[in-house]
Write a protein that binds this ligand. Structure first.
Ligand SMILES: [Cu+2]
Length: 458
């Protein structure tokens, strides 16, 4: 927060100075603010230009700009960055202005936008403005519509925002490497009329995926399909910010998919309507209610609902292997397999050996398993009732009474009104024995014999 306030102060000073500054100074490249904190920064209320409700970028921030003779000027720096995926794991990525994803760019329909892009990567790059209508030579396809931006050089993109909507930016140069390394950002164009499609809270994030081997920090860039870290804004559960919402708020959640597969994003507790795609706003007559929206590769979707039911409502990708972190892939299904005797013999040879999955995988959620450094557990996180057994693309929409208008602070866990939580039946069982509790099996013996977790690191 402090960092951010500092640049806001710095950029505010620059903005104040802009009116009186000389032509030569106006010709200088604008400051490139940097941010490397993984927590969501307060939405950036526009200090000039047309008013709008700014977006809240999950685990991210919005890039400040300066006005220069009617142009909004932004400065992106493509560079290597470090990003904490969740406490316990930091990755070496490429990104923009200190972070992957890069900062969100926000402007208004009709704005003239000038974006300086400085390349501090070890190879050339470009930026493509995904979904934005612009002159062909501003489209950012290296080799096709412009020369590549060489290492160390700064290029300028200039275009006028023809329509409002939900967009993103990413390189169109050595794409497989650069996107696998985390280069991307969100781009929101607000409507000229602030009353159009007005909401109280407007969240944005990108879905991205990485292949980082346990113990490593740099993604494998030649992976085509078998990614092992499924992220929202380069974060995994429990590192993803909650969506903090005040009861009664009109809420919009926008996301774009820059992974190599589709993601059915499911939200609990509400039905909603998709109101915007990367092509523009969806007319009312073309919307329908749903509780899961599938977003294909390269697509963007925004859905809206009125948050009238308080609670902690899960929101997640519905592919169950996308709500897990690395290490889940090579484990065989062991449900129903009887390990009697085998585990004890193996433990004589391999002291850390553990039996996994004989009763399902839920034990993984609490398991004290030795992990390599810089590696996250496969299923993790704790809620008010115990382990959540999640990872990857999972977060919580926290709807609470009486929050302040711009309060996005995590309010903690929901306090359920008495008598509203699922409970254990303690009355009489039916005469048939089919629902009697299962007897303790051989598994429990193995768990008791397990070595204490002395090698446990994370
Ligand atoms: Cu998914």
């Amino acid at each position: 927060m402090n960092n951010r306030r500092n640049f806001l102060r710095a950029s505010g000073a620059a903005l104040l100075g802009a009116a009186t500054v000389s032509r030569a100074a106006q010709g200088a490249v604008p400051e490139a603010p940097m941010q490397n904190k993984p927590e969501m920064q307060q939405p950036l209320l526009p200090p000039n230009g047309r008013p709008y409700q700014p977006v809240a970028t999950l685990n991210g921030w919005t890039l400040p700009w300066r006005m220069n003779n009617g142009w909004k000027e932004f400065h992106l720096v493509a560079e290597p960055v470090r990003r904490q995926l969740a406490p316990g794991m930091t990755a070496h990525f490429w990104g923009y202005n200190g972070q992957s994803p890069g900062p969100t760019i926000e402007c208004v329909e009709g704005d003239k936008v000038r974006i300086f892009v400085t390349n501090k990567l070890p190879e050339h790059t470009t930026i493509h403005w995904h979904g934005i209508l612009l002159p062909n030579g501003m489209d950012g396809v290296g080799g096709l519509t412009q020369p590549q931006i060489p290492v160390g050089k700064t290029f300028v993109y200039e275009f006028e925002m023809k329509k409002s909507g939900t967009f993103m930016y990413h390189p169109h140069a050595d794409e497989m490497t650069q996107m696998a390394m985390g280069m991307m950002g969100f781009f929101v164009v607000h409507p000229k009329n602030p009353g159009f499609m007005k909401v109280d809270r407007d969240f944005v994030f990108l879905l991205n995926a990485f292949d980082i081997q346990p113990g490593a920090a740099t993604p494998r860039v030649n992976t085509m399909l078998d990614f092992n870290l499924w992220c929202w804004n380069s974060r995994v559960f429990p590192g993803i910010d909650p969506f903090v919402v005040r009861t009664g708020d009109k809420v919009r959640i926008r996301f774009g998919n820059l992974t190599m597969t589709n993601h059915p994003v499911h939200m609990h507790g509400y039905d909603f309507e998709v109101t915007c795609t990367d092509g523009g706003w969806v007319p009312k007559s073309a919307r329908w209610p749903e509780v899961t929206v599938d977003v294909a590769v390269g697509q963007m979707r925004a859905f809206e609902f009125t948050a009238d039911v308080p609670g902690d409502w899960a929101i997640h990708c519905h592919k169950s292997h996308h709500t897990m972190n690395a290490m889940g892939h090579a484990v065989p299904t062991m449900i129903g397999v009887d390990h009697r005797g085998v585990a004890e013999k193996i433990m004589k040879l391999v002291p850390d050996y553990m039996v996994m999955g004989e009763r399902g995988m839920a034990d993984m959620g609490e398991m004290e398993m030795p992990l390599p450094d810089n590696t996250l557990p496969m299923m993790t996180g704790r809620g008010p009732f115990g382990p959540l057994e999640m990872g990857g693309m999972f977060s919580v929409v926290k709807v609470r009474d009486g929050l302040a208008r711009n309060d996005y602070k995590d309010p903690g866990w929901f306090k359920h009104p008495p008598g509203t939580v699922s409970y254990e039946w303690t009355g009489a069982a039916p005469a048939s024995s089919s629902v009697a509790p299962a007897a303790a099996g051989p598994r429990d013996r193995v768990l008791r014999a397990r070595k204490p977790a002395s090698g446990h690191k994370h």
